[in-house]
Design a protein around this ligand. Structure first.
Ligand code: NAP
Length: 299
């Protein structure tokens, strides 16, 4: 399957391009970037063709892998789906509910396959943990925190959209996706902001379980880290903290996308519908946070 890569930045170089190059059944044939020099340089490393025109880029591929900010992704992915291309999307799928709805509509109309790269959902050790969670059952709740340091000056993830949207939209999708998969669909969210971009979420899950998560991108490296567990009658089960091989995880996602595309299967546990639903939780949390900030400013 001929893949085009959208984006030429750090994440495209260290994860998407190498994963595309090592995935059986996938071939990186085209690179699109707004910077022609960056597109030419990344394309040359993989004997791919660089493009500046989106329509010309899409014309020569069967599927597209995205490594650009979410608002940029949503617009190009909607066009790609309308052109019949299968989609390997990044989280969050979009920054507004309207843009996510447009993307879902385009995917549904075209009948293309989609997978959103919620990284942990493609890690073998986390998948084994989720299988154990399902086997044991009877969970009452979960607790989690991801204290990231992406907004520190020298961090390669200190990018404009993260500075603007903060941890809720960058790390929040991973946490909501993981808690959703382990405790059931999220039916409601309560959000409260802390200092800087700290966000606390309380999630209610279908079936009655409740969970919490705290996210930030402003932690110092000394404080940074991830932890999550579910708890219930059978005890407590923590998400494994093994080292993350992001290229291997993305290669699994790409393999599942290409398999679905070949067999005409459009649904996947992490498809664009799921990405849209996770985004709705974030959007509701954002509304509550904005309201709280407005109320605090007014007093
Ligand atoms: N799943 C994960 O674990 C994970 C981890 C990291 C990132 N991601 C996702 O990957 C995506 C990109 O990550 P990032 O923000 O860190 O980006 P990045 O790697 O810094 O790269 C951003 C790319 O987007 C391009 N770009 C920026 N603004 C643009 C615009 N307005 N129009 C067209 N192109 C534009 C940049 O071009 P220039 O080089 O010209 O600026 C660059 O090629 C995000 O969706 C993020 O959530 C996921």
């Amino acid at each position: 399957m001929r893949f085009g890569l959208v984006g030429t930045g750090y994440w495209a170089r260290v994860t998407h391009a190498p994963a595309l190059a090592c995935t059986e059944g996938a071939e990186l044939t085209a690179v699109w970037g707004r910077d022609p020099h960056a597109a030419a340089s990344l394309a040359a490393e993989y004997q791919a063709t660089p493009y500046h025109d989106v329509s010309a880029f899409l014309a020569g591929v069967d599927a597209v892998s995205f490594a650009v900010p979410p608002d940029v992704q949503a617009a190009i992915a909607t066009q790609a789906a309308r052109d019949g291309k299968h989609l390997l999307l990044e989280k969050p799928v979009a920054l507004t509910e309207a843009a996510a709805d447009d993307l879902v509509e385009a995917v549904a109309q075209a009948g293309v396959a989609s997978v959103v790269f919620f990284t942990q959902r493609f890690q073998p050790d986390v998948r084994a943990w989720l299988a154990e969670v399902e086997t044991r059952g009877g969970w009452a709740g979960g607790a989690s925190a991801w204290l990231g340091s992406a907004l520190r000056e020298s961090n390669p993830f200190n990018t404009p959209w993260r500075r603007d949207k903060g941890a809720l939209w960058d790390i929040g999708p991973h946490m909501v996706s993981l808690l959703w998969a382990s405790l059931g669909p999220v039916t409601s969210v309560s959000a409260d902001p802390g200092p800087a971009d700290v966000t606390h979420l309380v999630l209610h899950h279908q079936g009655g379980a409740t969970s919490t998560t705290t996210v930030t991108l402003s932690a110092t490296e000394a404080a940074a880290g991830f932890q999550a567990y579910v708890w219930g009658d059978s005890g407590r089960l923590a998400v494994p903290l093994g080292s993350l091989d992001q290229v291997a995880a993305l290669s699994i996602a790409l393999g599942e996308l290409t398999a679905n595309a070949r067999t005409g299967q459009t649904r996947h546990p992490c498809d664009v519908w799921f990405g849209r639903d996770v985004g709705r939780v974030l959007a509701e949390a954002q509304r509550q946070i904005d309201a709280r900030h407005a109320a605090r400013t007014a007093t």
